[in-house]
Design a protein around this ligand. Structure first.
Ligand code: 3PG
Ligand code: MG
Length: 399
């Protein structure tokens, strides 16, 4: 990879220099309390930030959180993240009330060597996500004025053509941070020549979100195991009735074509947990995949499916997993995701977990993170990488 990385920047010396770090601190927050429910993405960026702190840089961190609409919106403030980041770094993090305004400028100006500041949510500014190059560029100018060098460590956002990801690196000396470097190294192992069998597990709610990656992976993988909400569109394509389960009618034909194109490669559930309602206490039973009652909806894969998926995974030498197998947030529908995750940890394989939701599932289910080869911080980003797409954030670092 022809990308300069953090070590190159550190070798130049960063003491006293303002280093603007684009991080992906888009962490899940509790809807009621606003508390951070999973700080995995904050911890993932610590190696880069600590190295810069130790080298005496003035570290200016920026990130998005959620999807505010180009204007300040208190529910998406990064302030709680500044608190948590400070705890993890063991030193207070100064918080700027805006992204490129008076507060940001004075917060950055007040930084001593080795201190860290966090700017307010990038997406409080229209220019961050604008499709208009000039509007994005004008915002990138303001952001770039807050740093002397730029580090991209926001792997989860490298697939976005946003000002902080795509336009700032054109304005400052730029390098990839430790996280971005590691993510790209790991994912390139999957797109290169993965050790076989290469087994991919996909879940999540919509086929339409995953279609591009399925198309790209189908010729490459030995086995593609499909669970989660999206399996019902495939089951429908097999000719089964799916009751009131999630169904993308306009994707049924596409699913049929995918299965015909690669006979035997795609493994679908043979049983599902079908419930009366989408609720944690809904009445539910395990039923065969071809016997879902008309008034019920599937909320998890069943135990026979877990056993079949586990058998396929136990043969694998390389595994990529994206997307939960069921509604794992509800205990009654978490067994599929837990079973598949455990099977992945037991396999004698190089395993990669891709995505915000799957990574959060690993932690929420109390599984040992270190028993996976790599847990990616990027959902959409890791999928687009595997699709072979050009990622605007990576391309910008190459230039
Ligand atoms: C993510 O959570 O997938 C990344 O932080 C990117 O967020 P986005 O999908 O809102 O661009
Ligand atoms: Mg996302």
């Amino acid at each position: 990879m022809s990308i300069r990385n953090l070590d190159d920047l550190l070798a130049e010396g960063v003491s006293g220099r303002r280093v603007l770090v684009r991080a992906d601190l888009n962490v899940p927050l509790d809807k009621q309390t606003g508390e951070i429910t999973d700080d995995g993405r904050i911890r993932a960026v610590l190696p880069t930030l600590s190295a810069l702190v130790q080298a005496g840089a003035k570290v200016v961190v920026c990130s998005h959180l959620g999807r505010p609409k180009g204007a300040p919106d208190p529910q998406f403030s990064l302030r709680p993240v500044a608190g948590r980041l400070g705890e993890l770094l063991g030193a207070p993090v100064a918080f700027a009330e805006d992204t490129v305004g008076d507060s940001a400028r004075s917060t950055v100006a007040d930084l001593a060597d080795g201190q860290v500041a966090l700017l307010e949510n990038l997406r409080f500014n229209k220019g961050e996500t604008s499709k208009d190059d000039a509007e994005r560029g004008a915002f990138a100018d303001q952001l770039a004025a807050l740093g002397d060098a730029y580090v991209d460590d926001a792997f989860g956002a490298v697939h976005r053509k946003h000002a902080s990801v795509h336009d700032v690196p054109a304005r400052l000396p730029h390098v990839a941070g430790r996280l971005v470097l590691r993510e790209v190294e790991v994912l390139s192992r999957l797109t290169g020549s993965p050790e076989r069998p290469y087994v991919v597990v996909l879940g999540g709610s919509k086929v339409s979100d995953k279609l591009a990656v399925i198309e790209a992976l189908l010729p490459t993988v030995d086995r593609l195991l499909i669970g989660g909400g999206m399996c019902f569109t495939f089951l429908k394509a097999q000719g089964h009735e799916v009751g009131t389960s999630l169904l993308e009618k306009d994707m049924v034909e596409t699913c049929r074509n995918l299965m015909e194109r690669a006979p035997g490669k795609i493994m679908l559930p043979v049983d599902v947990v079908a419930a009366d309602a989408f609720a944690p206490d809904a009445a539910h039973d395990t039923v065969p995949a071809d016997g879902i009652p008309s008034h019920r909806l599937g909320l998890d894969i069943g135990p026979e499916t877990v056993a079949g998926f586990a058998a396929a995974l136990s043969q694998a030498k390389t595994i990529f997993w994206n997307g939960p197998m069921g509604v794992f947030e509800m205990a009654a529908f978490a067994n599929g995701t837990r079973g598949v995750a455990e099977a992945i940890t037991k396999a004698d394989a190089f395993s990669v977990v891709g995505g915000g939701d799957s990574a959060a599932a690993v932690r929420a289910l109390g599984l040992d993170e270190s028993s996976f080869g790599h847990i990616s911080t990027g959902g959409g980003a890791s999928l687009e990488y595997l699709e072979g797409k050009t990622l605007p954030g990576i391309a910008a670092l190459e230039n």
